[in-house]
Ligand binder design. Structure first.
Ligand SMILES: [Zn+2]
Length: 321
């Protein structure tokens, strides 16, 4: 009997067949959706998941940025301003070329201990360190080996349940949906978190217009790599069961929810030559289509219907004001 792994409900679970479409491998996977907590989940986790993370999987190839020295210097100035409001040049650059992702780190002090779970090669952590947050570390069980950078950043090859130490901020940037045991993950996070520490989970959410509109062609199901497509309610249950609570939610969905899902409707895999990801000019979209998708994404983020959320959590006793 199938059972929701988040809320234990076993009734009225709707089943869906979802195709692997990142690489177009031709395999289909069963997912079911729980009517109680709203979570869409992979029915059976393949014994060998590594075959779905081939060596050209995108997060393994995210090179730590090595632009020319001038660009690297300018970016460091911009990032330092975005995080610590330091420097006139950085302030100007941040005003002209803002990076919304850095707003998550705005106001943090250099003492803040940050652990990023499922960070791939750690390009974001590398930038944070360059911008004046030296107490940063990353882990990713799918990396082939430990990575050590010249600026002191270490990316360990391990899962969160093998991590140690005390951390003020634990983040998952589009890695939480890949984890087979989300309850165990947040249980461990609570243990590792300092008393007034925070968690930030960036992930695709199923209570979104993209799921309503595209169903099994919704690009962010990403079968079978995304094991859980959470709703706000199901993630709230995972937090609650582990002594954490959601303190706020933002949305950062993009045009990807539209062009990616439209491609899946047409049978175009994400990494195919005809994909917008590989080649804008060979894709089925005009630049006007993309601008319209971007505009719709911004509207959905405002109304809370975008397909990517940024969920902030704290320990229960500290989150309550
Ligand atoms: Zn459920």
């Amino acid at each position: 009997m199938r059972i929701c792994r988040i809320c234990n409900n076993s009734e009225r679970l709707d089943t869906f067949k979802v195709k692997e479409m990142m690489f177009g491998l031709g395999e289909s996977f069963d997912y079911f959706k729980c009517p109680v907590c709203g979570c869409l989940q992979l029915a059976e986790i393949p014994a060998d998941m590594s075959k779905y993370y081939p060596s050209d999987y995108y997060s393994f190839n995210m090179k730590v940025p090595e632009p020319g020295p001038m660009r690297a210097w300018l970016r460091k100035k911009r990032d330092a301003y975005a995080i610590r409001q330091l420097g006139i040049i950085g302030g100007l650059l941040n005003w002209i070329f803002p990076d919304p992702l850095l707003s998550l780190y705005a106001g943090l002090s250099p003492e803040t201990r940050i652990l990023d779970a499922g960070c791939g090669t750690g390009s974001l952590l590398w930038r944070l360190r360059e911008a004046g947050l030296p107490n940063t570390a990353g882990i990713d069980p799918y990396n082939t080996q430990e990575i050590r950078y010249g600026n002191g950043l270490v990316i360990a090859k391990r899962q969160l349940n093998e991590a140690s130490g005390e951390w003020d901020l634990i983040t998952w940037h589009h890695s939480f949906e890949h984890i087979a045991d989300p309850l165990g993950e947040l249980r461990k996070a609570n243990e590792l978190l300092s008393d007034n520490g925070k968690c930030i989970v960036r992930l695709p959410v199923v209570d979104s217009l993209a799921w309503e509109q595209y169903g099994t062609d919704w690009v962010q199901i990403d079968a079978p790599r995304h094991i859980f497509l959470h709703s706000r309610k199901s993630l709230g249950i995972v937090a609650e069961k582990n002594g954490l609570e959601i303190t706020s939610i933002d949305y950062d969905s993009t045009a990807f929810q539209f062009w990616g899902s439209e491609q899946y409707v047409k049978g175009i895999p994400l990494t195919s030559d005809r994909s917008y990801l590989s080649n804008h000019s060979k894709s089925v979209f005009t630049s006007r289509d993309i601008r319209s998708f971007e505009k719709r994404a911004r509207e959905l983020n405002r109304t809370g219907e975008g397909d990517q959320a940024v969920i902030f959590m704290m320990k229960k006793s500290y989150g309550r004001k």
